[in-house]
Every structure is written in C-alpha cells, then in structure tokens.
Design a binder for this molecule. Structure first.
Ligand code: GRF
Length: 202
C-alpha cells in the first residue's frame, strides 16, 4: 500500500513509519512526506532517505485554501492511506470527508482521555497511573474517530510532562507502524486498498 505522511515538526513518528516500511515484511511504503512547515526537521530526514517531500507554509492562507493545496499534493502521490504524524493543524471537514477511512492520526494519550493539547501535564495533574498513545481514524470531530490501537505507558514517581512525553514517544514509535501495517493489510485483503485510489483523488 502507498502511504503519505503529514507532519509539522520533528517527524520522529514519520521516521518510525519510514524505517518500519523498509523492513522486508512491511505491507506499505512511504510515497510522500508533506508539511505545513517548510522548516520541519522531518522534511530533511525524508529527503536524506530519498522520499519525495512537499512543503508549503499555511501562513497567510485561508484554512480552505491551504487544505486544498495539501489535498492536491497528496492526491498527486496517489496514497491509499494518509498518516498524520505530529500534524498540528485541524483539517477542514471537506478534506476529512475526501479521505474518510483512509486518514489516520496518532495522539499522545489513551483516548478518549485527554483529546487536544497538553495531554501529559493533564495526566500528571489528574494523578493517573498510566499515560499512553492512540492511533485512530480521523473524523471531523478532533481526536474522536474509531480507535485502531493503543499502548499504555506507566507514569513514574517524579515524572515531569517532558519526561513522560519522551517515554510516550518511544511507545508511539512502536504503535504507529504496527497499527498502520495491520490496517492496510486488513483492507488489502478486503480488496479495498489499491483499487479506489483514482476515484478518491478526483
Ligand atoms: C507526537 O507525540 C504525536 O502524538 C503528537 O505530536 C508529537 C509529534 O512528534 N501528535 P514527532 O513530530 O512525530 O516527533
């Protein structure tokens, strides 16, 4: 299956998805890394690894105009699935509808707990025993689509939000490639992936 990854920053999850895709057993390849931040460090990683990239700053563009440009760039790469990985913008309803069922995101909490930002500080504040991460389908309502996979991460005494974020990141790097692989394999078996791409890109 063809996968496009959309990032805004570091791109460590994109790196995890990319390197996992190069294992012989991977059912997917990364065909494009796109970003709303031309300075995202993850773009340099992708370029160094020979992956096509697309970047445009969203600044000064209306939300619809930016999402249209992103949609066009993605559609041209004919992905079966789009993986949001640290993409820090809320997508327009039209974009989400266009890629419905093919748009995945990773979120640094055990959803439905803590949608939105500052998840680790909120988990610590609440005295939770576990933080974690979730891969889910993207729907118009933020952080609330079907959950495809989760990994809990134990909170340790003395944890700060930064320390916790670092450990959750390790878990994310395991969860995302495994969940994406399972998702595309499931749909490949159903004949759903690699067949409807053109209709979607229209
Ligand atoms: C991750 O924690 C992800 O869950 C959140 O943003 C962070 C992105 O990190 N949405 P990276 O850019 O993949 O390193």
């Amino acid at each position: 299956a063809r996968v496009a990854v959309v990032i805004s920053g570091e791109g460590s999850n994109m790196g995890a998805l990319l390197y996992a895709s190069r294992l012989p057993s991977s059912p997917y390849e990364v065909v494009l890394v796109a970003s709303n931040n031309p300075d995202a460090p993850g773009l340099a990683l992708a370029e160094a690894e020979g992956v096509a990239t697309w970047a445009r700053s969203h600044k000064g563009l209306a939300r619809e105009a930016f999402d249209d440009a992103l949609h066009e760039a993605l559609a041209a790469a004919r992905p079966d699935v789009i993986a949001l990985a640290g993409y820090m913008r809320v997508l327009t309803p039209g974009f989400v509808r266009a890629w419905e069922g093919r748009l995945l995101n990773i979120h640094p909490s055990l959803l439905p707990a803590y949608p939105g930002l500052d998840t680790h500080a909120r988990a610590l504040e609440a005295g939770d025993r576990h933080a974690g991460c979730t891969v889910h389908l993207v729907t118009e309502e933020v952080d609330s689509g079907e959950i495809l996979g989760q990994l809990p991460v134990a909170i340790q005494p003395g944890d700060t939000a930064d320390m916790l974020a670092q450990r959750v990141r390790l878990a994310e790097h395991q969860l995302y490639p495994a969940t994406l692989s399972a998702y595309v394999s499931r749909h490949q078996d159903a004949g759903w992936i690699e067949g409807q791409v053109d209709a979607l890109a229209a």
